[in-house]
Design a protein around this ligand. Structure first.
Ligand code: C2E
Ligand code: MG
Ligand code: MG
Length: 412
């Protein structure tokens, strides 16, 4: 028997706790079912089809992580609230694990659970479920066929690739987050598909020998924009991303320096972003190339720090000017005290090494305020601006100039 009500499955081996949670859930408008062991849990997933699961992590006959895997195997769409009296790190790690399994994880609750905290959590989840139902009723258009190498080669040749620019703001100027730079992020302006994001074609370019031509296109167009902004009296440094296999091309520093010289743009206005994975593929070659970029006055930024490949050692072994915290780390600081502790320790370390610290993926005022308070220099994220076409970025720069703020000098 299925109703339109939100359905919560309460999973706990203690009957008293299940009763208490059931009362609270029903008061919050849920239809509730209970499971006291793994078999009951599996049966209820099929028969009751919960929209939300309140899951005790420690059960005598199967821990909560196994139950999360069971939900993932069945591609369950139910949201999950984990509850446990264990160390909070076990709780937050399990939450992350659930997310990596593709489950919708809500903030976990530490046992003993306060009834008010439970009511708040259940009420918040109800509105999330309602939004999900609206989305399910209006499914997104089916994905288009993947792009082909031939199409991509044509697109590079015919100028269909264009850099968008995402502003980088200064967190520490004391002013209202002025723009002090941008990251160039490539988009494919496809005649039929519309704007195609880089994740849909960068791997294809890398696997098929097109990444050199793609980067050349992004660099040339970015440097042309740098020239236009200089002509309008604005010196704004811009970052360009390199792919891993490009850090083996010894001619790269001269090539980039030539492009800048031809346009009459100072090397101090260009920042090259690399990932650590790229630098590690052949550390000797990478160090050679990056050092020569620095000697030519081009800054080098370590992108995606904290995304999984980073080791602290590289931040002093590579000739870096900037370190960028990955969005996955920044997302965690809003909800995880341990993540805040790690970032809080890393910022002074990077600063002591004379690195500029930039945080990427800032989506909330809360994370911006936290990063500002711990001395992070720069930030980039939807909270400030999404990546925008060059014209729109020019307009942002012009507005800022009119408002009396200036784009600060480039770093080197
Ligand atoms: P990335 O270099 O780490 O760039 C940051 C990505 O995070 C961008 O995605 C940006 O739009 C996104 N982002 C920034 N702030 C937020 C936020 O607050 N929330 C969310 N959800 N996302 C945010 P995008 O443009 O899709 O680029 C993805 C990746 O593609 C880039 O990651 C970079 O690795 C690669 N890429 C982009 N352009 C180029 C390029 O010209 N050459 C190469 N080799 N790779 C590029
Ligand atoms: Mg980047
Ligand atoms: Mg990044």
């Amino acid at each position: 028997m299925m109703t339109n009500k939100d359905r919560i499955l309460i999973v706990d081996d203690e009957a008293d706790i299940r009763d208490l949670f059931r009362d609270v859930a029903e008061e919050c408008g849920y239809e509730a079912a209970e499971a006291g062991n793994r078999d009951q849990f599996c049966a209820a997933l099929t028969d009751f089809q919960p929209t939300l699961v309140l899951l005790d992590l420690t059960m005598p006959d199967g821990d909560g992580v196994e139950l999360l895997r069971e939900m993932a195997d069945r591609t369950s769409q139910a949201g999950v609230i984990l509850a446990s009296g264990r160390d909070k790190r076990v709780l937050s790690t399990s939450e992350r694990l659930g997310r990596s399994l593709g489950l919708t994880m809500h903030p976990p609750l530490q046992k003993p659970i306060d009834v008010v905290a439970l009511e708040n959590a259940l009420t918040t989840c109800r509105s999330v479920v309602a939004e999900q139902q609206v989305r399910d009723a209006h499914p997104a258009r089916p994905p288009l066929e993947p792009v082909t190498v031939v199409e991509l080669a044509d697109a590079i040749e015919n100028g269909q690739l264009e850099p968008f620019f995402q502003p980088k703001v200064d967190l520490l100027s004391g002013m209202d987050f002025p723009i002090i730079g941008a990251e160039a992020l490539v988009r494919w302006n496809h005649p039929q598909r519309g704007l195609v994001p880089p994740d849909a074609f960068i791997p294809l370019a890398e696997e098929n020998g097109l990444i050199g031509a793609l980067t050349q296109c992004v660099l040339t167009r970015t440097i042309a924009h740098l020239r236009q902004w200089l002509d309008a009296g604005i010196a704004v440094p811009v970052s360009v991303n390199l792919s891993p296999n490009q850090l083996t091309d010894l001619s790269l520093p001269d090539h980039i320096a030539d492009l800048l010289a031809d346009a009459g743009v100072s090397p101090s206005l260009l920042i090259i972003e690399i990932t650590e994975q790229a630098a590690m593929a052949d550390i000797g070659l990478a160090t050679d190339i990056l050092t020569r970029l620095r000697l030519k006055g081009i800054a080098v930024s370590l992108d995606d720090f904290g995304a999984g490949y980073s080791s602290l050692v590289e931040i002093y072994r590579l000739p870096l000017s900037e370190m960028k915290f990955d969005r996955s780390l920044i997302v965690d600081i809003d909800r995880d005290e341990d993540a805040r502790t790690v970032v809080k320790a890393l910022v002074p370390l990077a600063r002591a090494l004379d690195l500029t610290v930039c945080a990427e993926g800032i989506e909330t005022a809360k994370s911006a305020a936290f990063l500002q308070a711990i001395g992070c220099h720069r930030a980039q994220g939807y909270h400030f601006s999404k990546p925008v076409p060059a014209d729109a970025f020019t307009a942002l720069l012009m507005d800022q100039q009119l408002g009396g703020k200036t784009v600060s000098a480039a770093m080197s």
